[in-house]
Each structure stands twice: as structure tokens, then as C-alpha cells.
Design a binder for this molecule. Structure first.
Ligand SMILES: C[S@@+](CC[C@H](N)C(=O)[O-])C[C@H]1O[C@@H](n2cnc3c(N)ncnc32)[C@H](O)[C@@H]1O
Length: 197
């Protein structure tokens, strides 16, 4: 359902992995950096609804200026400059209202940097915000430090050169669980468990 109605990049395989992890781990406090059209947060919310408890905070600015605050690539940054964020945001809110996900999803319309101080002990973390070297590494440093030992962290687009440093930082504190491949069979999304600070 979400796959057909919501804009974004979350593949069917990734949505299944997210929902399975949430059903297995029964997290209470989940955080997603980067909602966009809701394609990944909605499957997470559906899993929380099935669990009968837990919330997911979605951190998103829906702003081209913030999405390109730090350089990723010319092609990437010019693509984000022309996104119709007001429409994406409106469609997302309409969808979660229509399908009754407002109990599970709490939206924080701030930069991930500004929202970080709101969290303390996160159980489940999905990092899918800006993919610049600076932002991806900053999101990992700010948020993985708030993840409980034993908590799950999901880092998207590990095949991008710019997310390499973020992935390396995560590997120093978390152990790999599974990796979801993209449609071409390349590793694209890492699921890890935090084992140390
Ligand atoms: C790759 S998209 C998220 C895709 C979504 N998770 C999905 O699966 O379809 C990244 C999103 O992060 C948001 N974003 C970028 N930088 C951000 C920041 N510093 N704080 C909050 N959101 C940010 C962008 O507006 C964009 O919508």
C-alpha cells in the first residue's frame, strides 16, 4: 500500500527488513532521520501498530536549502533544489491521517542537528537524511551515541562514497546484522546492532 502511494526510495525488501526488525525487537522509541514522502517511516509505523506499542519520531525539514547544506555532488544537489517539498509534505500528512498512523508517528520539523538533544535512549534508529560526508557522519555521531547498547541502527545508501565515513564510524560501535541489496544486487542498506560506545 505505502509502496504505491508514498514517494521515496524504500524498496519492498528494505520495508520488509524494517518491519521484521521492529516486530522482532519490539522497540519503544524509534527515530528516523529523513522522512521525505514517508516511504520508510510508514512501514515502521505499521510494525509498531502491529506490536501494540512504541512510537517513531521522524525528523525532517522538507527544505531544499537544508537538504543541500553540505556538498554531496553537483547532480545530487541540483536534484534536491527542484523537489516540490510542500506537496511531498502535504501528501505525507494526508496519508498518515487517512490511514491512522498519527498515534505511532511523531514528526519533528527540525534539522537533525537541532533535534538531537531531544533524545536520550533510542531503541531503533534509521539514518536516511542528507547523504553528504558531513551530514551522514554528523547524524551517526549525534544519534548513534543516543542509541542504547543492543539497539538497532539502519544506515541507508552505504554504497555511496559519501556515506563511507559514516559507515566506518558505525562499524566501530556496532556489529552487522544484515544488508539489503539494491535492485542491481549491490549492498545498499546496513542493519547493525550497537555493541559498545
Ligand atoms: C533520502 S531522503 C529520505 C528517504 C526516505 N527515508 C525514504 O525511504 O523514502 C532524505 C531526506 O532527509 C531530509 N534531510 C536532509 N537533511 C536533513 C537535515 N539536516 N535534517 C532533517 N532532515 C534532513 C531531506 O529533506 C530528505 O527528505
Amino acid at each position: 500500500m505505502a509502496e504505491n502511494c508514498l514517494e521515496g526510495w524504500c524498496s519492498r525488501a528494505k520495508a520488509v527488513a524494517l518491519t521484521n526488525a521492529i516486530i522482532e525487537e519490539q522497540p519503544q522509541l524509534c527515530v528516523e532521520i529523513g522522512i521525505f514522502g514517508g516511504r520508510s517511516i510508514v512501514p515502521c509505523a505499521a510494525a509498531l501498530r502491529q506490536n501494540g506499542s512504541g512510537v517513531i519520531y521522524g525528523i525532517e525539514t522538507w527544505s531544499p536549502a537544508i537538504a543541500t547544506e553540505h556538498f554531496t555532488s553537483e547532480e545530487n544537489d541540483s536534484w534536491w533544489q527542484q523537489v516540490d517539498f510542500p506537496r511531498i509534505k502535504q501528501d505525507f500528512f494526508a496519508f498518515i491521517a487517512l490511514h491512522g498512523f498519527t498515534e505511532q508517528i511523531r514528526v519533528i520539523e527540525k534539522t537533525s542537528r537541532d533535534a538531537a538533544s531531544l533524545f536520550d535512549a533510542i531503541d531503533f534508529l534509521h539514518i536516511d537524511g542528507a547523504h553528504s560526508v558531513f551530514n551522514a557522519a554528523e547524524d551517526v555521531v549525534l544519534y548513534a551515541s543516543k542509541l542504547k547498547i543492543g539497539g538497532i541502527v539502519v544506515l541507508d545508501d552505504i554504497d555511496w562514497p559519501t556515506t563511507g565515513p559514516a559507515h566506518e564510524i558505525l562499524k566501530s560501535i556496532a556489529e552487522p546484522l544484515t544488508t539489503i541489496n539494491d535492485d542491481e544486487g549491490k549492498p545498499a542498506c546496513a542493519f547493525m546492532r550497537k555493541v559498545r560506545n
